[in-house]
Ligand binder design. Structure first.
Ligand SMILES: Cc1cc2nc3c(=O)[nH]c(=O)nc-3n(C[C@H](O)[C@H](O)[C@H](O)COP(=O)(O)O)c2cc1C
Length: 392
């Protein structure tokens, strides 16, 4: 996910320029903000209008601009870019860059840039193999520019060999790895439940528990920062979810059950970190129950979300929590087996509930066990995801 990332795409005058439209479209799908810069020659191959339509941004085609365009002049654009991609990069562009020439917007931008620059050469095989071009590519790499090698195959001119623009998948993967070097969950969807549930008694009262949602939200932040697509199904909390996550708000255990079952097939990994109420009132009174000496509430059990997920599991990795007051590890290991979990995070009620820290033990398989010290929940989240990584 590239949500909120500023990506500048430089297009130079090669036959592969049309392929950059699909790269730009993929970047937009990943919710990046894309600004396209085209050389004069690039505009002979594909029109700026195509990229204006794809990016909803003005395409830069000239070094000299009207005063209105100053917010995208080369220095400003160089400063705001998180990454600069050049695709296709012509031999001419590579040679000019290696010589430090700045005679148009794109080459001037390159000299002003501090952001990572990713070059994707595409040209005829003889041009690519030319020692001058190869020497200049080495020069650029020495200057910390990054490269996605062209592919080998049939070229537009009819020759066979190295020179075809790398695939959009390869280019996107490289951009993701530049912007999120620790993206070890890239391509994985993780469904996380968090927070308490509220079971209404009447129009203003409800039964709930002391869960703050902090553990589930810390897991959601950690998973998103490691490149996962995060679906967060959350009970009522005062926490701010990570901006990259798809957030589904629920109130009751039945709501949570329904939403989780609706999403579980989308997920590769499911982490149930919510504190789902075990009971709900049999009857929800309309309006407010009048004050009186005493009140008997009749409760009924809620469905067991984790047990159901364990039954429905089809290749997903399922992680649960065990919060117990006594006999913690014995009960947690029993739950691991009974609910068909791959990993269980065990903690005592007094150690983690509603706190910023937790002291947990991770249990998996027949005898796998890792005892962790008291840690901030962010660190606990990292430990849990590190363990999940080894089980995937
Ligand atoms: C039809 C045609 C196709 C071209 N294809 C390529 C190409 O794939 N790769 C390349 O390096 N140059 C190619 N060129 C040459 C470049 O367009 C030329 O070197 C130009 O000066 C590049 O300018 P720019 O780097 O400022 O965009 C092609 C030229 C023409 C006329």
């Amino acid at each position: 996910m590239l949500k909120g990332k500023e990506i500048v795409v430089g297009i130079t005058g090669g036959i592969a320029a049309y392929k950059t439209a699909s790269v730009v479209s993929r970047l937009k799908k990943e919710q990046a903000n894309v600004t396209v810069v085209m050389t004069k020659m690039a505009q002979e191959f594909i029109t700026p209008l195509t990229f204006q339509s794809l990016t909803a941004n003005q395409v830069i085609t000239d070094l000299v601009m009207t005063p209105k365009q100053w917010e995208i002049e080369h220095i400003a654009l160089a400063k705001k870019a998180d990454v600069i991609l050049i695709a296709p990069a012509t031999a001419n562009f590579i040679d000019k860059c290696a010589a430090g020439i700045a005679d148009d917007f794109l080459t001037t931008l390159i000299l002003a840039a501090k952001a990572p620059i990713l070059i994707c050469p595409a040209m005829n095989k003889n041009m690519y193999e030319n020692p001058l071009v190869q020497e200049n590519i080495r020069k650029l790499i020495k200057r910390k520019m990054l490269l996605v090698e062209p592919e080998t195959g049939r070229l537009a001119c009819g020759d066979k060999g190295a020179g075809r623009l790398a695939s959009a998948e390869k280019i996107l993967a490289k951009i993701n790895s530049i912007l999120m070097p620790d993206a070890d969950f890239q391509g994985k969807t993780i469904l996380i439940t968090a927070g308490p549930t509220q079971e209404p008694i009447d129009a203003i009262r409800y039964i709930t528990n002391r869960s703050s949602g902090k553990m589930g939200y810390a897991l959601a932040r950690e998973a998103a920062s490691r490149g996962a697509e995060v679906i967060l199904v959350t009970g009522p909390t005062h926490l701010v979810p990570p901006k990259e996550a798809t957030v589904i708000q629920v109130q009751t255990a039945l709501d949570m059950y329904e939403k989780v079952m609706g999403q579980c097939q989308e997920a590769d990994i499911i982490i149930a970190a919510s504190a789902v109420g075990d009971f709900r009132p049999v009857k929800v009174t309309q309006g407010k129950i009048k004050k009186k000496e005493s009140l008997n509430l009749s409760l009924v059990g809620n469905p067991d979300i984790l047990l159901e997920l364990g039954k429905r599991k089809k290749g997903q990795l399922l992680v649960g929590f065990a919060v117990e007051s006594d006999n913690l590890l014995v009960k947690a290991r029993k739950k691991l087996k009974a609910k068909n979990l791959d990993l269980i995070v065990a903690n005592k009620v007094e150690n983690g509930f509603a706190k910023d820290t937790n002291k947990v033990t991770l249990l998996w398989a027949l005898a796998g066990q890792k005892v962790l010290p008291v840690l901030p929940k962010e660190k606990v989240a990292k430990e849990i995801l590190d363990k999940i990584r080894t089980l995937c």
